[in-house]
Design a protein around this ligand. Structure first.
Ligand SMILES: O=c1nc2n(C[C@H](O)[C@H](O)[C@H](O)CO)c3cc(O)ccc3cc-2c(=O)[nH]1
Ligand SMILES: C[C@H]1O[C@@H](n2cnc3c(N)ncnc32)[C@H](O)[C@@H]1O
Ligand code: SF4
Length: 329
């Protein structure tokens, strides 16, 4: 049952903006426009993070941020001051910068139209969007971007465009067990159609101070074990299951289906879960007792199938070995 090795990627987290059109009940990352902590990172700030990542031997730049911030009143003038007409145009420029500095972009900007995915594809090794749940939950009330059908459409569009994709479930946000099973099966169906789902994250909800769900309980390890097992039973073998070692102890999870620990950063915090520091990569091996293998943000099978653009091909070649990995610990 245990995999021969457990994979992870070495990344830097770049939270371009914390302004967002949605207001998910569990989110501690989002800020209202006008809040003293609302921000849009400048190219100088992004360059600094990327350069620190390159020096620390990272292979991935994780761009994840608020969804369609342009819909929030007051954000456009801020963006225009940087010289860009849309956050996606700005993201594309920063992805190009990331490639020049030597890190492969993985972008998760929320739901996207197909033409936006198409514009981003040449400059991303893979992209991501959490399905979260197909259930109707209070946490998503009034969030236009958390309608499950729209999320599935983005993942399907990415499949039609040949973009290796990361998605997943957020566990413990008020969804039922049946919602979880249906969510996994919805992801399986997309993958059967387009073959683009490289990994499914089973992410455990952690209550965030100041959010609507601050007083909710986090799901227990038993719930996560059950969900990872169910996901493993329902997903094809070529789809990896990821758990985050800063949010949950992966020790038991690697024996019931998890084989990936996601992006781990030597340089940046997990901006979505800032209270949960990354374990030391050397200590991770002691935690899981299985060899660790560093991967790129694009999984080896998609490197082999050449699901990448000419723009990032040289960097993929430079960063990976003949099998499409980086190194084994
Ligand atoms: O540090 C984090 N990385 C997150 N990642 C990054 C992920 O760990 C890696 O970047 C991917 O495995 C690609 O290598 C996400 C990526 C997605 O596509 C979708 C959701 C997430 C969620 C998180 C997260 O909460 N924290
Ligand atoms: C980037 C991803 O982070 C997840 N996310 C957002 N808020 C939380 C939280 N409180 N706990 C755990 N994960 C969270 C969502 O699934 C989002 O899509
Ligand atoms: S989880 Fe993402 S979409 Fe929801 S409020 Fe936070 S930043 Fe916005």
């Amino acid at each position: 049952m245990a995999p021969p090795f457990v994979t992870f990627s070495r990344n830097v987290f770049i939270p371009l903006t914390n302004v967002c059109r949605n207001k998910c009940g569990y989110c501690g990352f989002r800020r209202d426009m006008g809040h003293p902590e609302a921000k849009l990172l400048s190219p100088v700030e992004v360059t600094d993070i990327l350069e620190r990542g390159a020096r620390a031997g990272c292979s991935e730049a994780l761009f994840t941020f608020g969804e369609r911030p342009e819909e929030v009143s007051g954000f456009m003038p801020l963006l225009k001051a940087s010289g860009y007409g849309s956050i996606i145009d700005y993201l594309i420029e920063l992805c190009k910068l990331s490639i020049d500095i030597g890190l492969l972009p993985h972008s998760n900007p929320g739901i996207l139209e197909k033409d936006e995915l198409e514009e981003l594809k040449p400059y991303n090794a893979s992209m991501g969007l959490m399905l979260e749940t197909v259930g109707t939950v209070d946490a998503h009330e009034g969030c236009a971007g958390k309608v499950p059908e729209s999320r599935i459409e983005t993942i399907m569009d990415a499949g039609e465009l040949g973009i290796p994709f990361t998605t997943g479930l957020l566990v413990g946000i008020g969804e039922t067990w049946d919602d979880r099973v249906r969510s996994i099966r919805a992801i399986r169906d997309v993958h059967e159609e387009s073959g683009n789902v490289q990994e499914v994250i089973i992410q455990n909800f952690i209550p965030k101070p100041g959010s609507k769900m601050a007083s909710w309980h986090a799901p227990g390890i038993g719930e996560i074990i059950k969900t990872v097992s169910m996901a493993r039973q329902n997903l094809p073998e070529d789809v990896a299951i990821q758990v985050s070692p800063n949010l949950v102890n992966p020790k038991e999870l690697v024996h019931c289906g998890a084989s990936d620990l996601g992006g781990i950063s030597p340089e940046t915090i997990d901006h979505i879960n800032p209270e949960s520091p990354w374990p030391d990569i050397r200590k991770l091996h002691d935690m899981v007792c299985i060899p660790l293998r560093e991967r790129l943000p694009i999984y080896p099978q998609y490197v082999k199938k050449k699901w990448y653009s000419k723009e990032i091909e040289p960097l993929i070649r430079k960063l990976s070995d003949a099998e499409g990995f980086r190194k084994t610990y």
